[in-house]
Design a protein around this ligand. Structure first.
Ligand code: B1M
Length: 208
């Protein structure tokens, strides 16, 4: 099997002990870090989600796969981070309150930083007030919000409302598996992106 197949399978089986050496092998063949993410690791974790949703996988498998993804990303992060050329703007980024899914948010974070944005990454499970406070303090151009669950994405709407109420001069961009373009429009977000590459394009538009 190909290096990409091996990585895909390793995510499915939650092989967190071997994933880093598989990644090292894959990188040696000349595959780029982004290719590993887009063609093996992300499809793998999406399949895990599908199996979990279908009752084929249970919580322990979901957790093992999540840890395997996090380890992969930690290994790839320095390869992805190349150092910004110029300041494209400041983004305050967070996974919303009640939501601890941060794999996708971390990918978005490194991609934005890679394209010249100063990213203030507040992490996961971040309270609305904290996001607003930091955005105001840092005079952020953009608040970037990630949500993976239908139960947590509601905080995005609350934050957009608070931005307006407080008169913050700041655009709000949203994403994460639970969020659709339609939902983003409905809650009055300034931007939506389906993946990390698109997130960079949208952020550039919003900051200009
Ligand atoms: Co959970 N989980 N999980 N989980 N998990 C989902 C989200 C779920 C869809 C699985 C399912 O049922 N099929 C489901 C939510 C159902 C729903 O609400 N619709 C779910 C559930 C139910 C849960 C728990 C409640 C399970 C439980 O405990 N019973 C629990 C919740 C904990 C909590 O948050 N309070 C839970 C826990 C976990 C783990 C901790 C085990 C682990 C997360 C580990 C971690 O993140 N450190 C985990 C995982 C891994 C998943 C799935 C399988 C994969 C998520 C992921 O990392 N995807 C997920 C299934 C799925 O999403 N289909 C699932 C890969 C990642 C690269 O994609 O994050 O979408 P994503 O990011 C993309 C884009 O969306 C976009 O760019 C990224 C790169 O392309 N993007 C943005 C993301 N943020 C953006 C922001 C932007 C722009 C673009 O602008 C600012």
């Amino acid at each position: 099997s190909t290096p990409l197949d091996i990585l895909y399978q390793a995510v499915l089986s939650g092989d967190k002990d071997n994933i880093v050496s598989y990644i090292n092998e894959a990188l040696k063949t000349g595959l780029s870090p982004m290719e590993l993410l887009d063609k093996a690791l992300i499809p793998g974790i999406e399949e895990v989600g599908r199996r979990y949703g279908a009752g084929i996988y249970f919580l322990p498998q979901l957790m093992m796969a999540g840890e395997t993804m996090t380890k992969s990303f930690e290994r790839l992060r320095p390869e992805l981070a190349k150092g910004p050329a110029k300041k494209a703007g400041t983004v305050v980024l967070a996974t919303v309150k009640g939501d601890i899914h941060d794999i996708g948010k971390n990918i978005v974070s490194v991609m934005l930083a890679n394209h010249g944005f100063e990213v203030i990454d507040l992490g996961k499970n971040v309270a609305n007030e904290e996001i607003l406070r930091v955005a105001a303090e840092q005079k952020a151009n953009i608040i970037g919000l990630s949500a993976l669950m239908t139960t947590t994405m509601v905080h995005m709407q609350e934050i957009i409302k608070l931005v307006k109420e407080q008169g913050l001069n700041c655009k709000v961009m949203v994403g994460g598996a639970a969020v659709t373009e339609h939902y983003a429009r409905e809650i009055g977000a300034d931007g939506y992106a389906i993946d990390a590459v698109e997130a960079v394009n949208v952020a550039k538009k919003l900051a200009s």
